[in-house]
Every structure is written in structure tokens, then in C-alpha cells.
Ligand binder design. Sequence first.
Ligand code: NAD
Ligand code: UDP
Length: 318
Amino acid sequence: MKRILVTGGAGFIGSHLCRKLVGEGHEVVCADNLFTGSKKNTRALLECDNFQFLQHDVVQELQVEVDRIYNLACPASPIHYQRDPVRTMKTSVLGALNALDLAKRVHGRVLQASTSEVYGDPQVHPQPESYWGSVNPIGIRSCYDEGKRAAETLFFDYHRQYGTDVKVIRIFNTYGPNMDPKDGRVVSNFIIQALKGEDITVYGDGRQTRSFCYVDDLVEGMLRMMESRDGFIGPVNLGNPGEFTMLELAKKVIDLTGSKSKVVHCPLPQDDPTQRKPVIDLAKRELGWEPKVSLEEGLKKTISYFEDVLSHSSSIRD
Ligand code: NAD
Ligand code: UDP
């Protein structure tokens, strides 16, 4: 059994990761400043002896004795990471530096939760890890995209310069229970709108594509990458190659919820990528990993989660 630090462990993906690691019997320390995460996500874990929550900002150093570090702390939804872009960049870059310094000091292994956003608005489709991306360095998404790119650079430089044991994953759009209903991501927005009978807000013409991975599949890939062979450091894409337009997603959500909601078109946000789909050959080969949950199956589980959330809250959008 290992002692494991999860930064951002009170967020959507982090809470699933913590639950899995605690279930396997590891000692888990979750460090989170609750910027977008919530203690509610880890409430059940707080009763476990092998789980500890630390309210901590990763911009500051953290001294803990651990074998493994999963570095997830960073707001992931555009409305949150654009709310305080300077803070987003600090979280990405200083958070990565602090995670790496800790790994170096304790001779531990550190995994960076990077993102498909490093490919920007990709000119190569689908995206293999060898593609360097097409990123606007000065736009409204740049604080996140460039912050994550700088973090990847730091991971590779610590590895080359100090021999730090690093792993880098590039996560493509992930969804599932524990998504924050108010963080504006497309899956949670569409499901909540459908369940409430409100208009489904498709941005732009809705022909832009994304590839959606169910969170259980992603967590399995993260665990495999963390325990992958020495010398394999990535970056490795983790995502579901099924590619859908936002109009197709809206239709699926309407069908699965049996909603009477209608699609309305809203302005497309600046620099919104037109297409995104991972090549996952490397993950298949190195990790023996590929997603198992179809979009329909994952959406059903997520819809049932949000039905439960809505039944306990009459004014979730307020
Ligand atoms: P999330 O916003 O739900 O979780 C992020 C967590 O980090 C939250 O609990 C938040 O409070 C915490 N956090 C933010 N700034 C912090 C700081 N300065 N110090 C300490 N904690 C801080 O997002 P998520 O979807 O769970 O994403 C987790 C990670 O995965 C992020 O690094 C994100 O960039 C990456 N990722 C997610 C997706 C996705 O589709 N969900 C895709 C690509 C990459
Ligand atoms: N989107 C949409 N309606 C919404 C929220 C998002 O059409 O209510 C679109 C958004 O413009 C983007 C896609 O859905 O093209 C995915 O958006 P999200 O914020 O979930 O993730 P990201 O853009 O970071 O991939």
C-alpha cells in the first residue's frame, strides 16, 4: 500500500480518483483549496481512516511524505478558468513546480493531469501525441492552454535535469457524476437543461466536435499510467475516440431524458476548438487501456446522478 497525494482531489475527476485509491487501501491525502471543488464530493471518504483532506493552495509548497503524487489541481471549465486567468496560470505553473519539487525531495513519482487543450484548435485530426498543437498564446483560453503546456515543459525538464520520476497524461473531455452543475461544461449544461425542460444552449452552429470519456474509464487509465513501466513517461492521450458534434450530443440527451426541451443557438465563445478526437494507440500499447463505456451508457449514469441532484435542490442555477 502506498501513501498518495491527490491535488485537486475535491474536484470532479479527483473525487473519483480518491474514492478508487481509498477503496484499494492506500493512504490518500487530498489537497484542495475548494476553488471549484467541493467537500461534498469527498464527504463519504472523510469517514475513512486512510483518507485525509487538507485545505491547501498548490501555489504554496506542501510538505508531506508520499510515494505518489497525482497533480490535478486546476479549474478545468472555461467559465472558471477564465474567471481569474492570472490565478489559473499560477495554479498550473507554480502548482506543477511545487508538485515536482515535492516528488524530487521524497524520491516519489508524480503524474501531471494535462489536457487535450495543449493541441489548441487542432489542424491535425485526430490528434496523436506527436502533434505540437495550434494554440493562441494571447486569447481568453490561453491562461489554461499555455499554463498546461508550461506545466508539461516543467515535467519534462525536471525529468531530464534531475531525473525526477514523472508521468504525463493528456485528458480529453471527461464527464460523469460529481460534475459541478454550475460550471458550464457542455454535458452538465445539456443534461440539466433537458431535465428542467429549459432550452438547450448550443454554442455556434453546433457542428464543432468533442470526444467524451466516462470518468470511470479515465480513472482506470490514470491508475495504469501511474504504475506503468519505468522509462515510459508519456505524454499519453486518455480519452474516448468516439467523436460527436454538439448537435448530436444535444439530440442524445433529449432522447435519453425524454425531454421536451428545444435547441437554441447562442454565440460561439472565442477560440472554441472546432474538432477534437484522440488517437489512443499509445495508451492501448503501453497501458493495455481503452475506454469501455459508450456515450449512451455514460450519459444514462450521469443523467441519473443529476436527477438525484435536482431532486435535492430546487434552485441549482441560482
Ligand atoms: P474541477 O474543477 O472539478 O477540479 C479541479 C480541482 O482543483 C477542484 O477541486 C479545485 O478546487 C482544485 N483547485 C483549483 N485550483 C487550485 C489551487 N490553486 N490549489 C488547490 N486546489 C485547486 O476539474 P476536473 O474536471 O476534475 O479536472 C481535474 C484536472 O483534470 C484538471 O487539472 C484539469 O485541467 C484536468 N482535465 C480535465 C478534463 C475534463 O474534461 N474534466 C479534461 C482535460 C484535463
Ligand atoms: N458548449 C455548448 N453549449 C453549452 C456549453 C458548451 O454548445 O452550454 C460547447 C462549447 O462551445 C464547446 C463544447 O460544447 O464547443 C465543449 O465545451 P466544454 O466547455 O464542455 O469543454 P471544452 O470547450 O473545454 O472542450
